[in-house]
Design a binder for this molecule. Structure first.
Ligand SMILES: Nc1ncnc2c1ncn2[C@@H]1O[C@H](COP(=O)(O)OP(=O)(O)OP(=O)(O)O)[C@@H](O)[C@H]1O
Length: 605
């Protein structure tokens, strides 16, 4: 027992407050009920089989009592045989009911876990970008896996065990009262002595399990991050350092778990000891009662079996309470996700965007900051408009707000002041899905999903026919390298497309955008230099993609900038200048400096 546990068990004030707090600690479990209640028939069958198995097991000691009095004590072998057959009959019912109970509760457990996992995943995808800015993805996946698995174990077995034990305790106590009220009183007096410490201790365990789950989630987040960044880790020769960090966290998690296990072992041991001690007292009392003739030997035997059943069930309850504390912690963490309301949602009365699309974009007096409105402004009074089919390039130093502008247009965040309109409609008045259908977004570092090349191209239009996929691939100059691959479009690319080169990945992302066929193209040009041949292919693919589309591009390539209708020069979140490349260069202002710096190499080529 740890020092804290000793003080918890001996500090009366603490005991009172913890006992008061105990019921609240299991409250998160209530959130699982709606998931359970979705399956009333299976639930009813589970309860039915549970009752049948519990009642049949409770019947056995009564029959045993009869066998002792009318068979053994009366020395009547026929009666022993008769009671024996009766017990066999009851155990057949008990066996069938127990099997069926196990089956139904396990199936419900699996069902609830699947539903919960799906609900959490779907909800996570609904949450806005800001949520992911402040939560580690590894931690979220740990919740989705670890916490859900903890709950699976509980719903599948602990709930069943808890219910069965409760029914057994109630049934055994009833039978004990019917058998001998005097002996029952002795047991009932001893009962709080067992229950009280259990309740106090169970609360302690809950806090511990939340801590171990948190430690595990941290560990999982760390592994996800480092394995994902394995090239960076290798390149900076940080394998040993990162492995050592992981070891430290892993050891911390191990220690937290050992501490919890110790506390739990103590709880189980405590209940077993208290239960056995109570039983010994009971046998002593019982022997006196038999000697003075107030109960028969059969009744005492029967009573003892019931008392054993009750104490066994009580032990189970203590174990289950420990488990339920863990489950409660896990449920709490998952419901925290489910309770997080997305801030960016569809408007109550959405306005339809015009069809066919116009493809225009207007920013009017947009202010934005990532923190509280007004703090650390990232964009200040940004106004510009892009006409149908025009190309507008955003240029400016790092951190000037270029990516933020594209994020705001897709409503990943809401503006603090001003308006953004697409086709003349304020984007806050449009259904999110309808708004985002209007954009094809090519990121600076395109994400390639685990799956086939065809699946990757189809990402925005999963029902696209193969010839559409191939047409998009041809336009994006993907077709050439794909046909050289052994499985062609069915070639599986790794989690991050590790098999593909940088240029190939970019062209694959361009094919995806071509297939989506949205009227407005949002392009974050890659800054990383590609070799001349690759660069030319990407440029050609982009030209195909930009054909007939309104384009907003964060430009790093001279070719893109030269061809842009307008260049917006951003600095510190403000548009400090705009015009064509030639106009801006002629002006000789900030853009001219920037262009000189940025395109020195390109122009030299
Ligand atoms: N998710 C975020 N949370 C908080 N601050 C952010 C976030 N994303 C960007 N910022 C900050 O907002 C400012 C503008 O960033 P933004 O990414 O828009 O600049 P950028 O012009 O696209 O830069 P780069 O060319 O380097 O990509 C920067 O100061 C950056 O630190």
């Amino acid at each position: 027992m740890t020092d804290q546990a000793v003080s918890a068990a001996t500090d009366p004030e603490k005991i009172v407050s913890e006992v008061k707090a105990a019921p609240r600690q299991l409250q998160p479990l209530r959130r699982l009920f709606p998931f359970l209640l979705r399956y009333p028939l299976r639930l009813a069958l589970t309860v039915l089989f549970l009752l049948v198995s519990a009642i049949s097991s409770l019947a056995i000691p009564a029959v045993l009592g009869g066998a002792i009095d009318e068979g053994f004590v009366a020395q009547n072998l026929d009666n022993v045989g008769r009671y024996g057959w009766l017990i066999i009959g009851i155990s057949v019912i008990m066996a069938v009911a127990s099997g069926a109970r196990f089956y139904f509760i396990s199936v419900i457990g699996e069902r609830v876990v699947a539903d919960l996992r799906q609900a959490v995943f779907a909800h996570l995808l609904q949450l806005e970008t800001r949520y992911f800015d402040t939560h580690r993805v590894g931690e979220l996946t740990s919740r989705l896996n670890g916490d859900v698995t903890v709950i699976r174990g509980a719903v599948g077995s602990s709930f069943s065990l808890a219910l069965r034990s409760l029914v057994t305790i109630i049934g055994a106590l009833t039978m004990m009262i019917l058998t001998s009220p005097v002996l029952t009183i002795a047991v009932v007096v001893a009962l709080p002595a067992i229950l009280f410490p259990v309740m106090i201790y169970a609360r302690r365990l809950r806090g511990m399990s939340r801590r171990t789950q948190d430690a595990l989630a941290d560990l999982s987040a760390m592994a996800t991050e480092m394995l994902g960044a394995n090239r960076t880790v290798k390149s900076f020769t940080q394998e040993h350092v990162q492995a050592a960090h992981y070891d430290t966290s892993s050891e911390a998690s191990y220690r937290a778990e050992v501490k919890r296990l110790g506390a739990r072992a103590f709880l189980v041991g405590m209940v077993i000891f208290l239960g056995t001690a109570a039983l010994v007292g009971l046998v002593w009392w019982g022997a006196r009662a038999v000697f003075d003739g107030s109960v028969t030997a059969g009744q005492l035997g029967q009573f003892l079996v019931y008392a054993l059943m009750a104490s066994g069930a009580l032990t189970n309850v203590s174990e289950v309470l420990g488990t339920l504390q863990t489950v409660s912690g896990a449920t709490e963490r998952l419901t925290e996700i489910l309770d997080t309301k997305p801030e960016i949602v569809d408007p109550a009365r959405p306005v339809a965007l015009p069809t066919p699309p116009l493809g225009t974009v207007t920013f009017t007096g947009v202010n934005f900051s990532y923190g509280e409105a007004g703090s650390d402004k990232v964009l200040t009074n940004v106004s510009f408009s892009v006409g149908k089919g025009e190309t507008v390039a955003l240029v400016g130093p790092s951190g000037s707000g270029k990516s933020t502008t594209l994020s705001l247009l897709q409503r990943f965040y809401d503006v603090d002041a001003g308006t953004i309109a697409v086709d003349g409609v304020d984007i806050r008045d449009v259904k999110l899905s309808e708004l985002r259908q209007r954009f094809a977004y090519v990121e600076q570092e395109p994400i390639i999903f685990a799956g086939t090349i065809a699946d990757n191209i189809r990402f925005g239009k999963p029902d696209a026919a193969m010839d559409e996929v191939i047409a998009a691939a041809k336009a994006a100059l993907v077709d050439d390298f794909v046909t050289d691959l052994p499985a062609g479009y069915d070639t599986v690319v790794g989690e991050r497309g590790v098999m593909l080169s940088g240029g190939q990945k970019q062209r694959l992302a361009i094919a995806r955008a071509i297939l989506k066929n949205a009227p407005i193209l949002l392009l974050d040009e890659a800054t990383s230099a590609l070799d001349a041949q690759s660069e030319r292919l990407v440029q050609l693919a982009l030209e195909h993609l930009m054909e007939g589309r309104t384009t907003l591009v964060i430009a790093h390539r001279l070719a893109t900038i030269r061809d842009a209708n307008t260049i917006l020069v951003l600095d510190g979140g403000e548009i400090i200048d705009h015009g064509t490349h030639d106009q801006l260069v002629a002006k000789g202002g900030r853009y001219a400096d920037l262009a000189k710096l940025q395109f020195r190499t390109a122009e030299a080529v």
